[in-house]
Design a protein. Structure first.
Length: 209
């Protein structure tokens, strides 16, 4: 029974809007009223600066990652579903938070957290891809999409060649594949703005709000 209840718990934890909470109680401002209006890490960086941006990144990473860590290591000493199920539910909570009328972030940081605590080599190896893509294009949305697709494709390659079969199995492919599609869907308006040349470019200079 607990493994079913923990799905709800994972969603509620994922729904915690750290970018909103920190903005509201530290900066006395609502992140949704600035930048893209998104409650994700990129907008927190853009609007509130690097310190708050890093804090949001870490917290959004941990809220999915710690769930995966707990289930992977059987902290509860009960039968549970695959750890990535709980991690992905937390990601969905981050994207569609019940506390914020189901309008949250786009799931990249929380997906990264899920993977870093599940099988760290993939996200660590893809981190330079994200950094280089941002450095060249200045578009965080493009970099996020590329690394999301790469995370799935890397899993496919490892699965085909039977590398780490106890970790990279069908569950990994299904869950990362579905999250990839969801993240691409959430970035659809960003792609339109990139095409039109109106997409916000990455800048780590703090804006006045």
């Amino acid at each position: 029974m607990f493994k079913y209840l923990f799905i709800l718990i994972a969603y509620l934890i994922g729904s915690i809007p750290f970018s909103y909470i920190i903005g509201k109680y530290v900066k006395k401002d609502d992140l949704r009223k600035h930048g893209s209006g998104n409650l994700g890490t990129t907008n927190a960086f853009r609007v509130f600066g690097a310190i708050i941006g890093v804090a949001v990144l870490i917290l959004d990473t941990l809220k999915s990652g710690l769930l995966v860590l707990a289930v992977s290591n059987n902290w509860f000493e009960v039968d549970m579903f695959h750890p990535l199920i709980y991690g992905s539910i937390a990601v969905i909570g981050h994207i569609y938070p019940v506390w914020m009328k189901f309008k949250g972030g786009k799931g990249v940081a929380s997906s990264f957290g899920m993977l870093i605590f599940y099988f760290w080599p993939i996200p660590v190896l893809l981190l330079p891809v994200f950094i280089v893509t941002v450095a060249i294009s200045k578009y965080a949305s493009l970099a996020s999409t590329i690394v999301t697709v790469c995370a799935f494709l890397t899993g496919v390659i490892l699965f085909i060649f039977n590398v780490q079969p106890d970790v990279i199995g069908v569950e990994y492919l299904i869950i990362t594949g579905l999250l990839m599609l969801l993240i691409i869907f959430k970035h659809r308006t960003n792609y339109v703005r990139i095409f039109k040349g109106t997409e916000n470019k990455v800048s780590f200079r703090k804006k006045k709000v």
